[in-house]
Write a protein that binds this ligand. Structure first.
Ligand code: ZN
Length: 147
């Protein structure tokens, strides 16, 4: 299995059985994301303990890329500190826009999203969950909506 095939498998797998799907109640912060270009919608709820994101769930509907990206993100950020998540956010953004080659070891499974660089219309699908998480973290004290 070559790398491209492996990445395709990761996306398909996470779309078929998304990790951390659902909603936390109560939650320390929530945010809603929307990608009108594709019709992807996403709600993120999370719990914080001090500076650490202890739990996160997402729910929504959208294309395979948007759902797989949210699932992969949920696994990658759980248990991490806010500053670690922001750094990861920057690296994923660089990966998706092809502006920078990012170490695959550092990104782990998230590197599977690198293929969307070839499909500019899909970049918004893959980055929607990260923008939504960013919005939730920005105001983690009070529930917010980006509607
Ligand atoms: Zn999409």
């Amino acid at each position: 299995m070559d790398l491209k095939e492996l990445y395709r498998e990761v996306i398909l797998d996470h779309n078929r059985s998304p990790r951390n799907f659902g909603r936390l109640d109560p939650a320390d912060a929530t945010a809603a994301g929307r990608n009108p270009l594709c019709g992807d919608v996403l709600d993120i709820t999370l719990r914080m303990q001090g500076d650490r994101l202890t739990d996160l769930r997402f729910e929504g509907q959208g294309c395979a890329i948007s759902m797989a990206s949210a699932s992969l993100m949920s696994e990658a950020v759980k248990g991490r500190r806010r500053d670690e998540i922001e750094r990861l956010y920057g690296e994923v953004h660089a990966l998706l826009t092809g502006r920078e080659s990012v170490g695959e070891r550092e990104l782990g499974k998230l590197a599977a999203l690198g293929g969307v660089v070839q499909f500019p219309a899909r970049v918004k699908c893959a980055s929607l969950c990260w923008h939504t998480l960013h919005a939730a973290l920005a105001d983690a004290k009070a529930p917010v909506s980006t509607e």
